[in-house]
Design a protein around this ligand. Structure first.
Ligand code: NAI
Ligand code: MG
Length: 364
């Protein structure tokens, strides 16, 4: 059996609390499925700063480059707010993303039936929803030159940002999306504004090129991103994988996340180039932060972090059946009515603790 290596970086606040529940799931696979992961744990963010004065040590960075998957909790907290910019906890996460060259950000929007009432849309529109937005993360308008604010020479000012994409930047994120689609429902919808932007024309041409030459078995459609935004709230279940640029992906993935409810439920992944064993470099993390307001109280919902591990199973280790098992267990405990505090209204139901939720998922 291959040796699946995972580096766990719990980080700060509720990070260690939710990661402890992921550990239980990992241990379950070792005990019950003879599936053992080579797990090591290290520090990131404020925890790393406290230990050695930096939000990510060179040793930890090298280790992250060497493993099959990195699983991160969350970083940051009020204790670190006054630190110099270069020492802030989030710099540790940014260094990981940059040095691992994680160019494809994966944000699933998955609706568990028991929580369909949480959505701002009608339950029948979101029930059973399972889509994946792939956002290009390291290029585009947030990075393009020229940029800046200048005098316009006429007494006013001008603000400039540049949308810039190269062939290779588009092709590599397109490949990531097509690879994912093959592990899902085999459909990709690419979104840009080829009607008004040259970078959008190139995007459409290059995604089509990758499709034609490398992934003709996957169904590909194109949509203008504004029309895509409408379709996402009108009938989100029509999509499987959506691939789009950094700016449109930022907006569309946040909107899609809210189709399904609570921050405590949302996993994510960031993938880089194929490194070894044909696996992409990968970092998995919940979308939420360190939640200092509830840290240390046993209130955190561990599901976002557990679902991030399920993504690692599916996309880094090609263990789709095992990922289904974890997601099915989450579905089952929610269907039984188990709720952490963030998933409860004012109806007087008693919330379960972080640890009780983790135990219930493992039992299921
Ligand atoms: P946050 O995501 O930590 O919290 C926002 C709200 O959601 C809070 O009320 C919190 O209690 C709640 N919440 C978040 N995750 C939850 C969970 N798993 N279960 C139950 N409730 C949950 O965002 P906020 O408050 O803006 O930032 C707090 C700290 O986290 C800051 O230092 C920020 O820089 C950092 N942060 C780190 C991120 C990361 O590590 N990727 C992402 C976002 C923020
Ligand atoms: Mg955003």
């Amino acid at each position: 059996m291959p040796n699946h290596s995972i580096l766990i970086l719990p980080g700060d606040g509720i990070g260690p609390e939710v990661m402890a529940e992921v550990r239980k799931v990992i241990n379950w696979f070792a005990t019950h499925r003879n599936l053992s992961f080579d797990v090591t744990e290290d520090l990131v963010g404020g925890a790393a700063y406290d230990a050695h004065g930096k939000p990510l040590s060179d040793e930890t960075m090298a280790h992250a480059q060497a493993v099959d998957a990195v699983l991160l909790g969350a970083v940051g907290g009020p204790k670190y707010d006054d630190l110099d910019f270069s020492l802030k906890p989030e710099r540790g996460l940014l260094r990981l993303r940059k040095e691992m060259d994680l160019f494809a950000n994966l944000r699933p929007a998955q609706c568990f039936d028991a929580l369909a009432g949480f959505s701002s849309l009608k339950p029948e529109i979101v029930s059973g929803l399972d889509i994946m937005i792939v956002r290009e993360l390291t290029s585009g308008i947030y990075f393009g030159e020229p940029r800046g604010i200048h005098d316009d020479g006429d007494g006013g000012r001008v603000g400039i940002n540049t949308q810039r994409y190269t062939t290779e930047e588009i092709r590599r994120v397109a490949r990531a999306a097509f690879d994912l689609a093959r592990k899902r429902d085999n459909r990709v919808c690419s979104m840009e504004k080829a009607n008004v932007m040259e970078s959008g024309i190139l995007w459409r041409e290059e995604v089509s090129w990758v499709h034609e030459h490398e992934y003709p078995d996957v169904a590909l459609t194109h949509m203008y991103a504004d029309a895509g935004a409408m379709q996402l709230v009108r009938n989100p279940k029509q999509f499987d994988v959506i691939v789009t640029d950094n700016l449109f992906g930022d907006l569309l993935s946040d909107a899609a996340a809210m189709l399904t409810g609570s921050l405590g439920m949302l996993p994510s992944a960031s993938l880089g180039a194929i490194a070894r064993n044909g696996l992409p470099k990968a970092l998995y993390e919940p979308v939420h932060g360190s939640a200092p307001d509830i840290a240390g109280q046993g209130k955190a919902n561990p599901i976002a972090c557990i679902l991030s591990f399920a993504m690692a199973l599916r996309y880094s280790f090609d263990l789709g059946a095992e990922a289904d098992l974890v997601e099915g267990a989450v579905e089952a405990v929610l269907a039984r009515g188990l709720r952490t505090a963030d998933l409860l209204g004012e109806d007087g139901t008693e919330p379960v603790t972080t640890s009780e939720m983790g135990d219930a998922i493992v039992a299921a």
